[in-house]
Design a protein around this ligand. Structure first.
Ligand SMILES: [Zn+2]
Length: 169
């Protein structure tokens, strides 16, 4: 219960495929609440199950940045069902790759289908920062990191620094 330790690259769990949640048990609800708490504490705007070593298809997000209050999303088995043809580029970071940001180009909006914490199937149209965030978090469920979307040169640069930091910690 409560805060969970966040895994950092190059932890191999971050490259694993997460499994769908079959049943929304109290354990799953607790997990989603722990994830929200961990995300706010970090602080971050999104967190996916694999980032705390839970290989389940669950994500939490809050991209409101306190502008108009908390807007917490807790999604079970999220799935992108439609993507924009147009793209947009935003700077992204990741709680599992602390201290490294890069511009990432992704579809400008996406429609997402997911099950909420009460077991109700819902759909959401995400635009702007939320669109980037939900794609970033769903990527985590498939073992994909934002550095996989940037140039090889930039990725290698970040990777070299990450490995250096790991050796020194
Ligand atoms: Zn991330």
């Amino acid at each position: 219960m409560g805060l969970k330790p966040i895994l950092f690259v190059p932890d191999p769990l971050l490259r694993k495929m997460a499994s769908p949640v079959e049943e929304i048990t109290n354990d799953i609800k607790q997990l989603l609440d722990d994830m929200a708490q961990t995300m706010y504490d970090a602080p971050g705007i999104g967190l996916a199950g694999p980032q705390i070593g839970e290989l389940k298809r669950v994500i939490v997000m809050d991209c409101s940045r306190d502008e108009d209050g908390d807007e917490l999303w807790q999604m079970i088995n999220p799935e992108i069902i439609q993507i924009a043809k147009e793209t947009t580029t935003l700077e992204e970071g990741c709680l599992s790759i602390p201290g490294h940001n890069a511009d990432v180009t992704r579809p400008a909006w996406v429609d997402v289908r997911f099950t909420d914490i009460n077991g109700t199937e819902q759909q959401m149209k995400a635009e702007g920062l939320l669109a980037a965030c939900v794609q970033h978090e769903i990527d985590h469920l498939n073992g994909v990191l934002f550095i996989d979307h940037i140039s090889k040169l930039k990725k290698n640069m970040i990777w070299r620094k990450v490995l250096k930091e790991v050796r020194h910690s």
